[in-house]
Write a protein that binds this ligand. Structure first.
Ligand SMILES: Cc1ncc(C[n+]2csc(CCOP(=O)(O)OP(=O)(O)O)c2C)c(N)n1
Length: 559
């Protein structure tokens, strides 16, 4: 008979799930868990400075490893602080297991100190959640949480454990099996047949790839299908590492901040093979007017995505890699000269705004320059704003890179803690984080965590001293009434970073910015590169929110 407390059992079950790192912050309601964690020989704890930071650290670990990662928070404010990172994980399908402490069972519902209904609040922002009623339940709940988080379309699971359950003794005979992902559903042969026939018959097909391709690791099959069938590839924000950006068939990102030629190619296509995408409005524009001439084949692991926003001709509920592997040998090689020439003509008529080479004269060319200096498998994180969109447009992504961005929720403050988590999960790879001054301030306290862990993370701060993307929308859509988007003090970010023990470089006025950047990129350990950016620099093109993708703004006179 095995006997231990609920807290010891929870930690032992996490060890059996092969968890090596947990990010979190202790408090009254999860102290028994922390006490048990202190005795774990296998799990290292990363003490964050804010629970949102812990949630994003776990996201960084999960996004890079593809496996569930764990974060801890106490009840009440600890739990509410971490919820943003959990909602973010839900929208971007990231397998995070969040374990919160709760007030003792007898006090639940009494407005006890630091009591909030974490279970209730987390229902709509998790894939699943549990309120544990006894220590014995943990034997089922913890493995099941891992199964749910990793199966099908991944997502966050929250486990709320009352303090007295953590202290309760439990005896049991056998350890449960660790939770693992269920096998993916298989496609129906008839659907595959239909998809093959449609691809072979199409005259102007496009492959539209999203985060699901990256999660499935199906980049190789995507490239082979594109090359065999001469299908140009359009990417969602989450799918930017589904294919090398510099591949001749890659059209880059579609939608709100796409090249005009990419959105026009979508407009003209007669077939879309949509793989691992969710028809997000930032990608489709006004969805009723999206690709008006196209039939749609949709491959996705989540049945609720198929036919959700647009009726499709063929929906395939299966793993993308398995489906494409079965489909590939039956797709006819076809040069589709007319279609490829048409797209080349579009690119000539509407030359790309994304730079072909790096430099220091615009933020886009600067971002490309950074990409030219770092290895192709670099982990690239961003915050949210113009700098994020410039990175999406201009960074030379490869299929070996990892791209960590808050796509669905668009959470400022995502970048730094997620980049730290990425560095923890894969210390061998270079991790860079493009951030904005507004976003960096939202989780800047995690600089202390990075310094403590000596995380090899370089934050590249594109500082325009304003809430840039909001400022741009006010300029374009609110008659340049730039209310509350410009900061009136200039924060000295290098000094602040130095105060946290970071190495810093400043490109303001640098006579040889390439040399400074090269030195910064060669550095190991937490570091900041400060890059001043003019407020007037815009993210263009831009489709106005709610408009069809063909309505693109390409030039704006600065006001
Ligand atoms: C938590 C949060 N609050 C507000 C917003 C709305 N928002 C979107 S972009 C943006 C400005 C971002 O500014 P900054 O980080 O400096 O980046 P920039 O656009 O200047 O590159 C704001 C306020 C958001 N996305 N997330």
């Amino acid at each position: 008979m095995i006997s231990m407390t609920g807290a010891e059992l929870a930690i032992a079950l996490l060890e059996r799930q092969d968890i090596r790192v947990i990010a979190g912050i202790p408090g009254g309601a999860n102290l028994p868990l922390y006490d048990a964690l202190s005795r774990s020989a296998r799990i290292r704890h990363i003490l964050c400075r804010h629970e949102q930071g812990a949630g994003f650290l776990a996201q960084g670990m999960a996004r890079v490893s593809g496996k569930p990662a764990v974060c801890f928070a106490t009840s009440g404010p600890g739990a509410t602080n971490i919820l943003t990172a959990i909602a973010d994980a839900k929208l971007d399908s990231v397998p995070v297991i969040c374990i919160t402490g709760q007030v003792p069972r007898a006090l639940i519902g009494t407005d006890a100190f630091q009591e909030v209904d974490t279970y209730g609040m987390s229902i709509p922002i998790t894939k699943h959640n549990f309120l544990v009623r006894s220590a014995a339940e943990l034997l089922e709940v913890i493995p099941e949480a891992f199964t749910i988080a990793a199966s099908g379309r991944p997502g966050p699971v929250l486990i709320d454990i009352p303090r007295d359950v953590q202290l309760e003794r439990v005896s049991f005979e056998h350890w449960p099996e660790p939770g693992a992902a269920d096998p993916a559903p298989n496609f129906f042969d008839a659907d595959l047949e239909a998809a093959i026939a449609m691809i072979n018959a199409a005259r102007r097909p496009i492959l539209w790839v999203g985060g699901g391709v990256v999660a499935a690791g199906a980049q190789d099959q995507i490239r082979r299908l594109a090359e065999t069938a001469s299908m140009p590839v359009a990417q969602t924000l989450m799918g930017l590492t589904a294919m090398d950006r510099d591949h001749e068939l890659c059209l880059g990102m579609l939608g709100m901040h796409a090249e005009r030629s990419t959105n026009m190619a979508m407009e003209a296509c007669d077939l879309i093979l949509a793989a691992g995408v969710r028809f997000d409005d930032r990608a489709t524009g006004r969805v009723q007017e999206f690709c008006p001439q196209a039939k749609i084949i949709h491959i996705d692991i989540d049945h609720s995505e198929i036919d959700k926003l647009r009726a499709v001709s063929v929906g395939i509920l299966a793993d993308i890699g398995t489906t494409l592997t079965a489909l590939l040998p039956r797709v006819a090689a076809n040069p589709r000269r007319d279609w490829i020439d048409y797209i080349a003509a579009l690119k000539k008529a509407f030359p790309p705004l994304a730079p072909a080479t790096g430099g220091h004269d615009t933020p886009q060319r600067f971002i490309r320059r950074v990409g030219e200096m770092v290895p192709p498998n670099t982990i690239v994180a961003t915050d949210v704003g113009k700098h994020q969109m410039w990175t999406a447009q201009s960074y030379p992504f490869t299929a070996q890179a990892s791209w960590l961005t808050s796509g669905g929720l668009g959470t400022m403050g995502f970048g730094l803690p997620t980049a730290i988590g990425a560095a923890m999960a894969d210390p061998e790879r270079k991790v860079i984080c493009f951030s904005g001054d507004g976003s960096l301030l939202m989780n800047i306290q995690e600089m202390a965590t990075a310094a403590e862990q000596q995380a090899d993370v370089t934050v590249i701060l594109l500082n325009n001293n304003c809430l840039g993307l909001v400022h741009q929308q006010q300029e374009l859509f609110f008659d340049a009434n730039c209310f509350s988007s410009i900061y009136s003090i200039a924060v000295d970010f290098p000094r602040i970073a130095q105060g946290f023990g970071w190495r810093t470089w400043d490109l303001s006025g640098a006579s040889d910015p390439d040399a400074v950047l090269r030195e910064a990129m060669a550095h190991k350990g937490p570091s900041l590169v400060h890059v001043p950016v003019a407020r007037e620099e815009k993210v263009l093109p831009m489709v106005p929110p709610g408009a069809a993708n063909r309505v693109m703004i390409e030039e704006v006179l600065n006001v």
